[in-house]
Ligand binder design. Sequence first.
Ligand SMILES: Cc1ncc(COP(=O)(O)O)c(C=O)c1O
Length: 382
Amino acid sequence: MSQKKVLLVDPIRSGGVVPDGIKRELLEYLDGYSTCLYCTGDLHELRKPNIKKLVESLEEFIDCDYVRLVHGAREGMFTVMFAMFKEYVLKGARAPVVVADGNAHYTSILAAERSMLDVVFTATTEHPEYCVVAEDYEKKISEVEREHGKPPLLALVTYPDGYYGNLPELKRIVDICKSHGVPVLINAAYAIGRMKFSLRDTGADFVVGSGHKSMACTGPIGVLGIVGREAEIVLRKSKFKEGKEVELLGCTVRGAPAICLLKVLPYLKKRVVKWDAKVNIARYVADRLEKELEFRLLGERPRRHDLLHFETPRLYEISVKIRDRFFLYKELKKRKIIGIKPGITKRMKISTYLLEKEDANYFVDSLVEIVERFEKYGFTNR
Ligand SMILES: Cc1ncc(COP(=O)(O)O)c(C=O)c1O
C-alpha cells in the first residue's frame, strides 16, 4: 500500500487548509499592517483591499445584518458577552449568567469568565450519544430566573460541538430562549465554511465562525454575525473617537488573515454546497471502522458532520501488549496519514473532511492492516 499525497485527518486543521494558489498570493501581504495602506479610519469600510466588500459578502454568506472580522470564534464570543454584560448586567436588567449547552467548548467558557459571567450547563444524553437536551434550556433558564429574579444574560449553543460533532436542535432551543427573552449566541466554529449556514433562519441573535478552523483561512481570524437590535450594543461607537467601534478596539484583523479570507470566500461559497458528499464520506468511514475494527462511534446517529470520535479498545489492547502508546501514530505517519493525537489509544478523534472516497479507503485499509498485524505479531516482524 503506498500513497503519494499526505492525508490530514486532524479535526482542528482539516477545514483550515488554504488552497495552494491563494497561499502564494498572500506572500505580498505578510508585512505588518498590510490591510492599512489606504486606511479610511475603519477596517470594515476599507476599499483597497476591499474589506468592505468582504464584510458585505460575509453578511450574505452567513445571512445576517452585520458581520465583523474578529481574531477567532473565541474573540467573537468574548466581544458579544462583554458588551452584553456592560449593557444588561451592570444596569441590573439581567442575571450575570450564560446558559450553555453541555458540550460547549472551553473557549466559550473562558469568554464568559473573562466577561465576569457564570456558566450554567444544560444536560446532554448519556454515553454514547451525548446529545444536547434542547428542553433543558427551559429548565436551566427558569432556574436562573428563580434564583436571580431576572433572566440570564445569554444562551449559548455549540453547533456542532468539537467533541462529538453533534448538531443540536437549534430551532427548538432558540424558541425556548426567545420565549424567555434571552438572546442566543451560536458557536458555529465547526459549521461556517463547511456547511451552509443562515443566522436569520435560526432566529438567533449572534453567531461566531472560525476562519482557521472551518474557512480555509490562515489564522487567527473569525467572523461575528449579528441579526437585530443587539447590534447597537455590540457595535456601539466611541464617544471620543469618531466612527470607531469600541468593542472591536477600532480595527480587528489588520493583516494577512483578512486578505486570505477575502481571497478564499468564492471558494468557500462553492465548497459548502458539497457538504452532503462530505457527510457521506464520514458515514462511510464510520461504518467501515465499526464493522471491521469494532471501533465504537460516539455522538449522534446518523452522523451529520465530518468530525468522528470513536472508542478504540483494540488499539488500547495493542498498546498495552507492546508497551508503546505511540505505535499507531508512527505507523500512520509512515503511510503519510497525519493528524491523530500521538499517544492516545483509548479513543480516536478524526475529521474525514479532506478525504475523497479513495483516500477514505486508504485510511481505513491502513488502520485495519496495522491493527491486524500488531495483534498477530506484536512487536516483531515490523
Ligand atoms: C467547538 C469549538 N469552538 C470554538 C473553538 C475556538 O475557535 P477559535 O480558535 O477560532 O477561537 C474551537 C477550537 O478548537 C472549537 O472546537
